[in-house]
Design a protein around this ligand. Sequence first.
Ligand SMILES: Nc1ncnc2c1ncn2[C@@H]1O[C@H](COP(=O)(O)OP(=O)(O)OP(=O)(O)O)[C@@H](O)[C@H]1O
Ligand SMILES: Cc1ncsc1CCO
Length: 277
Amino acid sequence: MDLISRLHTSSPLIHCITHPIAINDCANAVLALGARPIMAEHPAEAAQIAALAQSLTVSLGNITDARAESIMAAGRIRPGVIDLVGIACSDFRMKLAKRFIQECHPAVIKGNASEIRAIAGTGFHSQGIDVSPKDAVEKGDESAQLKLALLMKGIADQTGAVVAASGAVDVIVAPGEDTAYFLENGVPSMAQITGTGCMLTCIMGAFMAVTSPLNAAIAGAAALGISGETADCSLGLGTYHMKLLDALSLLSDETLERRMKLHTKTLRVYTDGSTSA
Ligand SMILES: Nc1ncnc2c1ncn2[C@@H]1O[C@H](COP(=O)(O)OP(=O)(O)OP(=O)(O)O)[C@@H](O)[C@H]1O
Ligand SMILES: Cc1ncsc1CCO
């Protein structure tokens, strides 16, 4: 795998429509991997910038009317990554997410486990923008991992998008495929820094400029998770935040491949609707 060196060599332009809480970290995360971010969000220019860029990411976090408009305008131009931030606690965002998925056909649909359950139309627990502990999928809980993956397969097959659920275990499923991918990289401190999920969205978008949406989702989750593992958190969260960016900028393809904790499972959906792995 040579995705990081491909990014450094080709320096693709990544159009990220995200929110002020995470915008600076997102731009720096894209730069750290060798790509070029453009954070344009004016509705009058969003389509033109999306057409110019090699990849697009959109986030529903801290949504505004202007950003909602530019997300739709850019999404109609290019199938990007949509981050479903907050759809579990906001009917407005849920409606916008559904409209985006229907009209813009994103390549990747990403959220935490509560947001993924919400977009699947199944029971979910809302805890603001964070995952509810009742929906979260933990390391070692194979049954919960599998249930979420099966739910995600339904969304993927229905929308044609890769579906990614971030968390302690990142779960990724592609449309028309029976394989579910489970990544166990990362440390709990990452959830203590605001915007790590938003950075992940833009990192996936960066990789999408040089590989398929499925590989981009896997490589993105692994790259951020490994950076979170190698960054020093002993001096507190403020320093850890910067160390995370340092680690991302120093990450090599060799380390990405060697430290990636990926396992797969085959999902089966029977004609009577029952499921198994
Ligand atoms: N408990 C955890 N253990 C290990 N890694 C974690 C944990 N929580 C988060 N991570 C890591 O952080 C990454 C971001 O995931 P997370 O689901 O926390 O984002 P998020 O909640 O959407 O963040 P935000 O809303 O602040 O942008 C994951 O891909 C994973 O690598
Ligand atoms: C704190 C916060 N509020 C809306 S988005 C966001 C950052 C994490 O997504």
